[in-house]
Design a protein around this ligand. Structure first.
Ligand SMILES: Nc1ncnc2c1ncn2[C@@H]1O[C@H](COP(=O)(O)OP(=O)(O)OP(=O)(O)O)[C@@H](O)[C@H]1O
Ligand SMILES: [Mg+2]
Length: 344
C-alpha cells in the first residue's frame, strides 16, 4: 500500500464557460520516501492536485488516500492531526513580514498550543537543519530569496510532518539558489525520511532531485515512471518537449563546430548521445584504451540525474581511419548514439 494513493480523482470548478476539469480522472501512487515530481504547463492542474493531498480542496469524485485514510472522511481533531503530518512550501514563501524568522517557524506550533520554550527550542533545531543558524531574530525582509525559502521549509517541518508538498518552491529563485534549495530538500528527504511531492514546470528540477515523475496535461496524468526511464524514453509529445528543453545544449554550438572543423580538417568529428548508457564519459576513455587513436572533447552538455547521465558530447577522433571506425562501432555497442558530423 503506497503512502499516498489517488483513485479516479476528479476536481471540477464551475467556470464562466462551463465546468473546468482541473483534475480529471487521476490515478497515482506515491511511496513513502519518494521524491515525486509532477511536471506540466501552467493550468495543467498541478496546484489543484497537491491541494487535494492535504485536504485544502475536496475532490469532486474519486478517493484520496493518505496512509490508508480517506482524506475526504477526516473531520475535527482527526483532520487537524492529519494536516500537521503534511507540510507545504510555496513559490512566494508566504511568510509573515511582521514576525521574525524564528516566530515564523514557530507559528504552526503556536497554533497547535505548544509551550513557548518547546517552540523556541524546535525553531533553533530547524534553523540549524536548514542552514540558518543565528538568523532567528532577523525579519524576512532582511533575507535573500533562498534564505526565505529555507524559512518556509523550516516552518513546514515544525510539526514533524511525514509529507512535504512543494508548489513551485524554486520558481522564484535564480539557478544557483534553486540548486542550493533542491540540495536542502534532498538532504531532508534522506535525513528525515520525509516523502516529498514536488510540482514544477521545470524539468531540471525533476531531474535533480526526484526519483519518480508524473507529467500532467489538461488535468490528466499522461505519463509517469522513474525519472531515469522517463528521461530515456519519453513517450508523449509533451514529455519529449520537457525532456528536450532540459537536455538540449544551452547555447547553439554550430558556429563553434564549424570553426573547429576549419581548424582541424583531418579528424573525425562526432556527437555522442548518452541516453541508454549510465556510465557516461568512461566509454570515451575505454575507446581510447582499446584502439590506437585519440579522442578529444570539443563540446558537451552532460546533465546529471540521480545515478545517471544524459546529454551529448561532441568529440574529435584522430588516428588511422579504420581504427576510428572500429572505435565508433565500439562506442555504439555501448548503447551510446554516435552522429558523425565530419570525416577528415
Ligand atoms: N478555485 C478555482 N476556481 C475555478 N477554477 C480554478 C480554481 N482553481 C484552479 N482553477 C482552474 O483549474 C485549472 C488548473 O489550475 P491549477 O492552478 O491547478 O494549474 P497549475 O498546473 O498549478 O498551473 P500553474 O503552473 O499556472 O500554477 C486552471 O484552468 C484553473 O483556472
Ligand atoms: Mg500552480
Amino acid at each position: 500500500m503506497a503512502l499516498i494513493e489517488l483513485k479516479q480523482v476528479e476536481k471540477s470548478f464551475a467556470g464562466k464557460k462551463g465546468t473546468i476539469h482541473a483534475v480529471n480522472g487521476v490515478n497515482l501512487a506515491i511511496e513513502a520516501k519518494d521524491v515525486y515530481g509532477i511536471v506540466g504547463y501552467s493550468g495543467a492542474g498541478k496546484s489543484t492536485l497537491v491541494r487535494l493531498l492535504n485536504g485544502l480542496e475536496a475532490s469532486t469524485s474519486g478517493q484520496v488516500l493518505v496512509n490508508n485514510e480517506d482524506v475526504a472522511k477526516l473531520q475535527g481533531s482527526a483532520l487537524r492531526t492529519f494536516r500537521k503530518k503534511v507540510g507545504m512550501i510555496f513559490q512566494h514563501f508566504n511568510l509573515l513580514w511582521s514576525r521574525t524568522v524564528s516566530e515564523n517557524i514557530q507559528l504552526p506550533l503556536e497554533l497547535a498550543g505548544v509551550a513557548k520554550d518547546k517552540r523556541q527550542q524546535k525553531a533553533q533545531e530547524l534553523l540549524s537543519l536548514v542552514g540558518l543558524d543565528g538568523r532567528g531574530d532577523a525579519y524576512p525582509s532582511q533575507l535573500s530569496g533562498g534564505q526565505k525559502q529555507r524559512v518556509g521549509i523550516a516552518r513546514a517541518l515544525a510539526n514533524d510532518p511525514d509529507i512535504l508538498l512543494c508548489d513551485e518552491a524554486t520558481s522564484a529563485l535564480d539557478p544557483q539558489t534553486t540548486e542550493e534549495v533542491l540540495e536542502l530538500l534532498a538532504s531532508i528527504n534522506q535525513k528525515l525520511g520525509l516523502t516529498i511531492v514536488l510540482i514544477t514546470h521545470e524539468m531540471n528540477v525533476i531531474r535533480k532531485i526526484c526519483n519518480k515523475v508524473a507529467v500532467m496535461e489538461l488535468g490528466k496524468i499522461v505519463e509517469e515512471g522513474s525519472v531515469r526511464e522517463v528521461f530515456r524514453h519519453p513517450q508523449q509529445e509533451v514529455t519529449k518537449i520537457f525532456v528536450q528543453q532540459d537536455l538540449e545544449p544551452k547555447a547553439d554550438p554550430s558556429a563553434l563546430l564549424a570553426e573547429f572543423i576549419k581548424e582541424n580538417p583531418t579528424g573525425t568529428l562526432a556527437t555522442l548521445h548518452f541516453l541508454e548508457n549510465n556510465a557516461g564519459e568512461p566509454v570515451v576513455s575505454q575507446a581510447i584504451r582499446k584502439f590506437p587513436i585519440d579522442i578529444s572533447i570539443v563540446y558537451g552538455n552532460i546533465e546529471r540525474s540521480t545515478g545517471s547521465s544524459f546529454g551529448t558530447l561532441t568529440v574529435q577522433f584522430t588516428g588511422d581511419s579504420a581504427e576510428i571506425e572500429q572505435a565508433i562501432a565500439f562506442i555504439e555497442a555501448q548503447q551510446v548514439g554516435v552522429e558523425v558530423l565530419h570525416r577528415g
